[in-house]
Design a protein around this ligand. Sequence first.
Ligand code: SER
Length: 345
Amino acid sequence: MCYDGAMSQLVALITGANGEIGRTLLERLAAEGRYRLVTLDLTPLPERHRHLCQESYAGNILDRYLLDQLAAHHEIEVVFHLAALLSTRGERDPELAHQINVEGTLHLLRVAQQQTQRLGRAVRFIFPSSIAVYGLPDLHTKALAGRVKEHEHTVPVTMYGCNKLYCEHLGRYFSTHYHATGHQSQAPRVDFRALRFPGLISSDTVPSGGTSDFGPEMLHHAAQGRPYTCFVGPSATIPFMAMPDAVRALMLLLDAPREGLTAPSYNLGAFSLSAEAIAERVLRAFPEGRITYQPDPMRARIVDSWPEDVDDARARADWGWSPLYGVDRAFDEYLVPAVRRRYTK
Ligand code: SER
């Protein structure tokens, strides 16, 4: 690591930069060139992504010393806090999930708040939350619920979902109530903004440890001619989104004028698909693939607890959200051609 030349440049800090969203977001931010990019991830970034950054830290989000060091050396203007332990992985070690997802977020909010006071203007803290904050008790209720609104059915069944929901509150607290009494009551506060992603599908990365992973896993297996055993049944249905739309949403929310935001966290929709419908699209494009179903009770239960679809009217009204990739465009113009290129190189 080297720190020279870093002091006067506005920086976007991206945690979890080596993850599913992180890599695409890095490329987008680097192309725009608005910020110097500083990243933090448990694992070192590959060379081609490291080159896009001013500084890449390999370390743990729970390492307070590292975070303080990072804050001391960079003028952080924007934080994209992507680091998290996903829902299936979180069920295997709920306490670790809580540490990473909640304590990690708390540490980072503290750093962002300190930076806000140091810079004298609100650091924008962009937080990807998830459909995992919802918890439908059974399939009948799920069918009746249809497109859920932000305040409905927020009774998550996973540690990850509980963590995301709580961190939405934590962010809201930091941005509106932190030190509301006492001598710092007039100090500027961090500007926290959250969006709830559906399952994401990328042509470049396959997520690990999530429960919406059956979508991307089907695609990437079939494209390589590998058989895939799906861990949910054919009728399991949740909303999905193509990765370019996810990154676009992060940028739109970042740039949205503060006064137009009426909620601390926003639903985002694109298209809703059953496992069977994804399999049909994937096999149409890659007939050499083979998909069978062997539902895992724990993972199937999680997917059944997530809504079939979400109502994203508020994001549309407040900051102009609208997906560019409906289901046909997502598969025909993005996923299928890009995945085909990727595996035939
Ligand atoms: N994709 C996440 C997961 O499956 C949900 O946000 O855990």
